[in-house]
Ligand binder design. Structure first.
Ligand SMILES: [Fe+2]
Length: 221
């Protein structure tokens, strides 16, 4: 049974950014339900992984927030490009690849904690150094960033996206296993492959997404 304690505890130090969160929520939900629910699910997956690592409540709040905001840089990119089913032109692909840095600038303006900003900036960096925007390698990528990339990939693979149909959880897990030490941190891969909570969330994700939406709505009042 997945609990929502993490989201409900977004109080105190996040009170000052509630209005900003509300804007993100409204813009996200208005522009694309698909991407909006993706953000919520990623927020839950990173929280599960962070809990498995024994993170503190504060760390989990930051991580959950980074999960929710990770693709906020997409607000600067036209939906025609984001929702293109296939065949992105090189220029369009470069534009997509700019979203972590656009996200960094937005979150910096919102004065979010450095750990959250760094995670969003680094959520497409690969463990072997072949990611973007900076090509950081191994533990030079923040732990939050490494968690985010893994969670984001898992969720994107297991749900319909404009450019690809959902694959099975087994296929996604197999891909993640093959990418251990390449795209992903091997320690985190082991956690995901052996996590009953990840599987439980995956199988209940459609119901849980709407529950989380309700929680986020209350949060931003
Ligand atoms: Fe992204």
């Amino acid at each position: 049974m997945i609990k929502f304690k993490l989201h409900n505890n977004w109080t105190d130090d996040f009170i000052k950014i509630k209005s900003s969160l509300r804007v993100v929520q409204m813009v996200g939900a208005t522009r694309s339900k698909l991407r909006f629910y993706h953000n919520i699910r990623v927020s839950m997956y990173v929280s599960i992984i962070g809990s498995s690592l024994g993170m503190t409540e504060k760390q989990l709040r930051y991580l959950g927030l980074a999960g929710f905001m990770h693709d906020i840089g997409f607000v600067a990119i036209n939906d025609c490009i984001l929702d293109k089913p296939a065949g992105l032109l090189p220029g369009e692909y470069q534009l997509i690849k700019s979203h972590p840095q656009i996200g960094m600038q937005i979150l910096d303006l919102m004065r979010l904690p450095d750990d959250v900003i760094k995670a969003v900036t680094q959520h497409h960096e690969c463990y072997n150094g072949e990611g973007y925007p900076l090509g950081l390698k191994g533990e030079r990528i923040s732990l939050y960033g490494r968690i985010l990339f893994l969670a984001e990939t898992f969720d994107a693979m297991t749900n319909d996206m404009p450019y690809r149909d959902a694959c099975t959880i087994d296929a996604a897990m197999s891909f993640i296993k093959n990418m251990s030490g390449k795209r992903f941190d091997p320690v985190l891969v082991d956690i995901v492959l052996n996590s009953e909570e990840i599987s439980a969330f995956y199988y209940g994700k459609d119901r849980i997404s709407s529950d989380s939406l309700f929680i986020l709505s209350n949060l931003s009042r």
